[in-house]
Design a protein around this ligand. Sequence first.
Ligand SMILES: [Zn+2]
Length: 536
Amino acid sequence: MDRILFNGKVVTMDAEQPDASAVAIKDGRVAAVGSDNEMIKLKNDKTEMMDLQGKTVVPGFNDSHLHLLDYARRKEHINLSHCRNMDELLDTIRRGIEKKNPRPEDLIIASEWNDSQLREKRFPERADLDLIDVPNPIIAIRRCVNIAVLNCRAVEMFSDALTYANSLKEDNAEVDEQGNFTGLLKGNVAISEVTPLLRKDQIKNALENAFEDCLKCGLTSVQTDDVTAAELEDVLEVYEEMDRKGELPIRINAQLRMPTLDIFQKFLDKGRKTGDGSPFFKIGPLKLVADGTLGARTAAMMEPYADAAETEGLMLYSREDIDEFVETSLKSGMQIAIHTIGDRAMKMVLDAYRAGLEKYPTADPRFRIIHGQITTEELIRQYKDLKVIADVQPLFISSDQPIVESRVGKEKAKYTYNWKTFVEKGIPLGASSDAPVESFNPLEGIYAFVTRKTMEGAPEEGWLPEQRLTVEEAVYAFTMGSAYCSFEEKMKGSITPGKVADLVVLSEDIFSIEPENIKDVVVEKTMVGGKILYSA
Ligand SMILES: [Zn+2]
């Protein structure tokens, strides 16, 4: 035996043997799970013994949907998340620029502003940014990553890119009555036109930096859509090369955003499909984005927004387009995962899933809906019926709770973010952060699942408190649930003999402390494939 962990509280997430005090590890895998006495019998002179001193051990966490590369890139941006009014926002950008000491032509990117948090309750505008007296082009991106504002210099610099974005879809870049760009960008098409993608050499550095942060919070697997930060082929090449050289410390499942059928077909023509790869790097699902976000009122709704009667949000694809993506996926062994937030978008995606399956019956397609916020009772029935996986983001509770009722009305809000209902109905739940939109610390996610409160602890009794998950359910979603999302539940997700030895030692027993305190629990050790890669 290579290593034996003993004297702990091991919560395995395996129904066959839910609790134990010791784990034996050999060749990077769990060899046995049981009592201290049972495991110590397996010891030989080469075995390294590790006394857990009563600490709690859970399977390594798995984030079922985030943007790892974008997270890494965002660390370079000027962060506006703390700003509470427009002056503070502008001052933060000014100070950030001073610190960077850029050349006059360098693009300055500030991100994470949130208008609902600003005293003025409005988006910053070009005129606001123009008050910052620098020659640099400036972009200020909203925390949802779907809205951005440019200063005058940036509008000039990117006018061709904005014209191009509007040729793809009118209104990507807002135009005033005189036909000039106002500087307001909507949707990630326009925003990605003005934010430069990372080159291959930059990708590797950025990832290495992000991996460290993942290990610190116990993430041993991530399912990542990196196309927001670099070209898909570049990203895949970097991951595959790192995998070949044994340089990936955590397990990557790549969610491939291929927004057109043409790009998708070219990828398939290379003979690649979901599940290809190694234990550390796998091709994941085709990822599509069907609509926008609730915050920006671009999520596609059945009815007009309660707080903006002129809009019902926007679908980024027609039903026919989605049908074609679904059918092509089913024919070619690709899983499909679609960003879907509004109920109109969700109905369309679920209908397309159903129709695709009727045409191409598939035993275990594991269709996924990423986000799936604005559900109705009927839509939840459809999830159940089609065994659709819900990739949900518990920390959206913290960010969205203040706006859900105003966006969709009190009555409809009751059926949104209904995750306990999902669990009760047996709808598979994967847990994720959508980082950099939210923090990818799973302990904060578990806190939000269990308390339904914001990070500041509001409201007292939790939002829709009947939808609170138990700690076990929340941990299950972040481990087994997420492993199921990527067809990897037989290889990881629980502390089970034969599975990879990915596990986390926690500073406190999250199963018995006050749920309010779970967000402050820290990871003491993270083990991946039997190796301790992080130690507090
Ligand atoms: Zn996302």
